[in-house]
Design a protein around this ligand. Structure first.
Ligand code: ATP
Ligand code: MG
Length: 256
């Protein structure tokens, strides 16, 4: 039997009880292959963050199950890389110190990772800023530092919750390219939450569309476009066709 990187079965989350209960997600199933890049698209409040938190083991499900490489998720998983919309850089440490913090929290030897930190910082063009404090960096640079934090322990599963949400359009474009390059090198299994249909189509093997609350997985699009998905691919009719098909679903939901 092929083992899925992520196996989500009949997963649900209800917050609260009785009259105040809020159905936040599910029930839904989703299998993700190893090395697959999945994007999750859905209206605000449809349960995307809730889903990622359950996959990470940071939030208990109400019913159903999540398995990572065949192992049930029953508590926080330190073997995965997580990035939230608001980055988790602490102000009292340098960029490098923040990346090292992720190693310390996992009980890993910082010295063993020194070269890897150099390489990652170089890959995201932050070498010159390794000794700077986060507040001395622009928003885009902070997000790139947060990418290094998520990647430093070489996780083979990455959960990214709107990591580019607050950035301007041009910076988003640059960081998307970085993200694609990093993924093409290591082929982690990625679940990316985004509000941008274009971003989802550009970066993903499959785009998963979640319906308005209570969010269930409604449609899944296989994106059959060549890699790397550069500007040329983005300007192609096939790319626009995928974007249009997905836009139509959101029009039908009444949110576009
Ligand atoms: N800790 C919580 N306690 C109670 N309700 C919650 C909690 N977290 C989320 N919810 C509710 O669950 C629903 C789904 O929330 P969630 O944050 O997963 O949505 P989302 O799809 O990530 O939205 P957005 O795109 O705005 O980030 C919402 O109705 C929200 O109010
Ligand atoms: Mg969210």
């Amino acid at each position: 039997m092929i083992q899925e990187a992520v196996e989500i079965k009949a997963l649900t989350k209800v917050f609260g009880q009785g009259e105040n209960a809020v159905k936040a997600f599910g029930p839904s199933d989703l299998d993700i292959n190893e090395g697959e890049f999945i994007s999750l698209l859905g209206p605000s409040g449809c349960g995307k963050s809730t889903l990622l938190l359950m996959v990470a083991g940071l939030l208990e499900s109400s019913s159903g199950s999540v398995k990572l490489k065949g192992t049930s998720v029953t508590g926080p998983r330190t073997d995965i890389g997580i990035m939230f919309q608001d980055n988790t850089l602490v102000p009292w440490r340098t960029v490098r110190g923040n990346i090292e913090l992720q190693l310390e929290l996992r009980g890993l030897n910082v010295d063993d990772y020194s070269e890897r930190i150099d390489t990652l910082l170089q890959q995201v063009s932050l070498s010159e800023f390794s000794q700077n404090a986060p507040y001395e960096l622009s928003g885009g640079m902070q997000q790139r530092a947060a990418f290094c934090q998520a990647l430093i322990h070489e996780p083979d599963t990455l959960l990214l919750d709107e990591p580019l949400g607050k950035l301007d359009a041009m910076t988003r474009e640059v960081i998307r390219r970085d993200l694609q390059t990093l993924w093409m090198q290591k082929k982690q299994t990625v679940m990316l939450v985004t509000h941008s249909i274009e971003e989802a189509v550009q970066l993903s093997n499959r785009v998963v569309v979640i319906s308005p609350r209570p969010g269930v997985i409604d449609q899944i699009f296989e994106i059959d476009l060549p890699w790397p998905r550069d500007l040329e691919v983005k300007n192609s009719p096939a790319f626009s066709e995928y974007v249009m098909q997905i836009q139509r679903i959101f029009q039908n939901y009444g949110v576009l």
